[in-house]
Design a protein around this ligand. Structure first.
Ligand SMILES: Nc1ncnc2c1ncn2[C@@H]1O[C@H](COP(=O)(O)OP(=O)(O)O)[C@@H](O)[C@H]1O
Ligand SMILES: [Mg+2]
Length: 333
């Protein structure tokens, strides 16, 4: 029989909508059964897992979106809709970021009370920071916590696909923001800046940015508007003033690394972990890379029918991630 920890982990990953973890726990249970000599049951479980994986749907931040009405007509292709189940507790954040997100959630939950006093709750956020530190996940978490859909807007697609009519398309998106309450996520905002290098019409890009600023300012909807960028230096300074809050994301410190490793291991035992030395090895990796390293270690253990991870397993996958990172970094002269 599966252990109590496995059952709890299985249930938790299902409730969280975390498919990756759900399948990993299920594989671990199959390995456990194989070890007990229940080969047929183990095979059946593995078969079910493989079949389920083959039929899985696109994901945002590893979460399976509940199908909801997708935008149709002209908006299709500009907006993707999801219903994330992500929760704030699954994020490792510094205290100030966590407090600011909690404040936004609280204000949103008390929307009518606040509006009754002629005030408006916070709902326009700019998220700034390096890749893999939780900006996209934050958009999912806010939608998940508030039980409203997440609409992902691809600004770079908007610009390249609709050269000359992007402002009009943006207007349609803002009309949607006003008519359907949701979290609207303008990802890769820096794409506006980056486009300049590709011979596109600079005038067009400025116009789009200016239209966006204007529409953002005029927007009095009940939706939450989030923009994210890895390169704040490429953004117009005027942009920052239009947001209720600008939140800075960064690489995890040593304490946060350990917190993240533990969280991502939930349900999997690790023999005599030496957290501080693991954290030292992991220094410089972002949240996404750490998550990936833990998943790789779990996968490896599952494949080899091992139920317990060791520090050495994690050390290996963390070092692999570091090596990939070194490889991708520009060479120092
Ligand atoms: N702060 C965080 N806390 C916990 N997990 C995180 C965090 N940031 C990133 N992750 C993990 O890394 C994945 C990718 O992060 P993402 O939000 O897409 O980063 P970004 O948008 O900043 O590039 C997430 O789905 C999650 O599994
Ligand atoms: Mg992102």
């Amino acid at each position: 029989m599966a252990s109590a920890d496995q059952l709890k982990a299985l249930l938790k990953s299902h409730i969280d909508g975390d498919d990756g973890h759900f399948f990993a726990v299920a594989m671990q249970m199959a390995a456990h059964e194989a070890k007990l000599g229940h080969g047929k049951l183990a095979e059946e479980l593995r078969g079910m897992i493989d079949a389920a994986k083959a039929g899985s749907v696109p994901v945002v931040s590893g979460k399976r979106p509940t199908p909801i009405a997708q935008p149709r007509g002209e908006l299709a292709g500009l907006l993707d809709a999801y219903y994330p189940k992500a929760r704030l507790t699954e994020m490792v954040l510094d205290d100030s970021t966590s407090e600011r997100l909690q404040r936004l959630i609280k204000e949103q939950r008390n929307f009518s009370k606040i509006q009754a006093h002629g005030l408006s709750p916070r709902r326009k956020l700019l998220l700034v920071g390096p890749p893999g530190t939780g900006k996209t996940l934050t958009a999912s978490v806010l939608a998940g916590e508030l039980g409203i859909p997440l609409f992902v807007v691809r600004l770079d697609a908007l610009i390249t696909k609709f050269m000359g009519e992007t402002a009009a398309k943006l207007r349609q998106i803002f009309d949607c923001i006003a008519s359907v309450r949701g979290v609207y996520f303008f990802d890769e905002f820096d794409a506006i800046g980056a486009q300049r290098g590709f011979g596109n019409d600079v005038g067009e890009i400025r116009r789009v940015l200016n239209s966006f600023l204007q529409m953002l300012e005029q927007d009095e909807s009940n939706s939450i508007i989030i923009a994210a960028t890895n390169h704040p230096q490429s953004l117009d300074y005027a942009l920052f003033r239009r947001f209720d809050d600008v939140i800075q994301y960064g690489l995890p410190n040593q304490v946060q690394i350990v917190e993240l490793l533990k969280a991502k291991l939930s349900g999997f035992n690790i023999a005599k972990p030496s957290w501080s030395s693991l954290a030292k090895i992991a220094d410089g990796l972002n949240h996404a890379e750490l998550t990936r390293a833990v998943q790789e270690a779990i996968k490896d253990a599952v494949i080899h029918d091992r139920e317990i991870l060791t520090s050495a397993d994690l050390k290996k996958t963390l070092e692999e991630r570091k090596a990939v990172q070194q490889h991708l970094l520009p060479k120092q002269p």
